[in-house]
Ligand binder design. Structure first.
Ligand code: FAD
Length: 409
């Protein structure tokens, strides 16, 4: 969704009064009319000036999105009264998004209300409206829905925790074949497990973070990787962890417009995670390695697990050069050693992290289990106190500047 335009404020409206309207950006559109030819419900038309979308006819099938050569088709506004065709035909630019407050946020993120709610919950630890890094690329979202999923093929599925570990965490590679499925580091995809719930309704959609860089798990191979932990009795995680090479999977998304990798090579990125929360950070690191080899910005990762054998990607992570990524592991269940959690590790190296917090180029990303938020927050507050900084002021400043990001589940 194009959410880069400025926002005007309007009186709060109930969510039910608001709608998501599909529009086309006349400034970028090259008038090739490919979208019009793809539009089965006949919602897209044009005159000599503009290409426009009829709100009454658009069924959000998304068939027009990926063939568009410019991205001008991927524009959305939350509206109380949809823009008419006559209005759109006069535009030289798309009007700014009106701010309808909290009620609009679920619709803004997603066409599938359940995805909006999941993301809102996952980002609630941000402590306010999450904002994307200023330098992040514009993400595509909602290209594939539950009604019209992308069909991916499993290319690989292997365990990345030791055989002796209690947790079965898997690295799963999905190929999209000829289907265009553009992603950015930090985004998630939706998985719909086959079958039905006990009440006969289809299973709820589950979100999984993308663990590969935007150009694929294998460069330019149109595939993505995921890091999935098998949850006892869990529907989707067991379905995914049991997949065999060649199996077909229904995928929705991509989702997420704020928890995104900054493109700025000078950005310092502090990544704090437990378990599968490492997935987006694998993507961030790979992006830096591939696209910004000599980036002046630092990548620092705090990664907590019970023991090395429980830590996803422990072996590969140790081979990543420190010049690319500085890793700090924290283990809480090593026999005869005191328990150490990520927040303890952060406190121990506070003197190297605190100076980074002073820089306006520094971003903090927290991802993993919901339970980690409070401890990490306290550690950051302690770190600031010891270095003449006030976390109660710094945190909201970083958030409003798109530099503080939380995704926990
Ligand atoms: C933004 C986001 C990103 C995420 N990224 C990842 C990721 O990268 N990797 C990852 O592994 N996970 C990720 N998750 C979590 C993931 O979406 C799932 O929540 C997780 O895999 C569990 O789903 P499941 O279907 O296996 O379990 P569920 O079927 O939802 O079950 C969860 C637990 O509830 C229990 N349960 C289910 N139904 C009942 C019932 N009726 N009564 C009692 N108990 C019940 C189950 O036994 C199980 O223990 C992410 C979540 C979000 C929101």
């Amino acid at each position: 969704m194009n959410d880069s335009a400025p926002i005007k404020t309007a009186p709060a409206k109930p969510e039910s009064a608001l709608k998501k309207q599909h529009l086309i950006d006349p400034e970028i559109c090259i008038r090739c009319y490919t979208c019009e030819s793809m539009c089965t419900p006949g919602a897209i038309s044009h005159d000599d000036l503009n290409v426009v979308v009829d709100f009454a006819k658009c069924n959000y099938c998304m068939d027009c999105i990926s063939p568009c050569p410019t991205g001008s088709i991927d524009v959305w506004r939350i509206v109380d009264a949809p823009y008419s065709l006559a209005e759109q035909l006069t535009w030289t630019e798309v009007p700014a998004q009106v701010d309808f407050g909290e009620a609009a946020s679920a619709i803004t993120e997603s066409l599938d209300a359940d995805v909006g709610a999941l993301l809102e919950k996952a980002h609630s630890g941000t402590g306010g409206k999450p904002i994307a890094p200023a330098s992040a690329s514009k993400p595509s979202v909602n290209l594939f829905s539950r009604a019209k999923p992308a069909i991916a093929t499993v290319q690989g599925n292997f365990r990345i925790t030791a055989a002796s570990a209690e947790n079965d965490v898997r690295h799963i590679v999905l190929s999209f074949g000829d289907t265009v499925f553009p992603v950015l580091e930090g985004q998630s995809i939706g998985i719909i497990a086959p079958g039905t719930r006990s009440d006969g309704r289809p299973h709820d959609l589950r979100l999984y973070s993308i663990a590969s860089a935007r150009d694929g798990e294998k460069r330019n191979a149109n595939n993505v990787s995921l890091t999935i932990k098998r949850v006892d009795g869990g529907v989707a995680s067991n379905y995914m962890c049991d997949l065999k090479v060649g199996d077909k999977v229904h995928v929705t998304g991509p989702f997420g417009a704020t928890f995104l990798m900054p493109n700025d090579a000078a950005a310092n990125v502090i990544m704090i995670c437990t378990g599968t929360g490492s997935a987006p950070f694998r993507a961030f690191t790979e992006r830096r390695r591939r696209a910004m080899q000599n980036a002046p910005g630092k990548l620092v990762m705090f990664f907590g697990a019970r023991a090395p054998e429980e830590l996803p990607y422990f072996g590969p992570l140790q081979k990543v050069p420190e010049s690319l990524l500085k890793t700090h592991f924290a283990f809480s269940r090593i026999p005869n050693q005191p328990k150490e959690y990520v927040q303890d590790r952060m406190r121990k190296v506070a003197s190297s992290i605190a100076p980074m917090l002073l820089s306006s180029s520094t971003h903090i990303f927290i991802c993993g289990l919901k339970g980690m938020e409070a401890g990490v927050d306290e550690a950051l507050a302690d770190m600031c106190r010891a270095n003449s900084l006030d976390w109660t002021k710094l945190k909201p400043d970083m958030r409003s500047q798109g530099r503080y990001h939380v995704e926990t589940y």
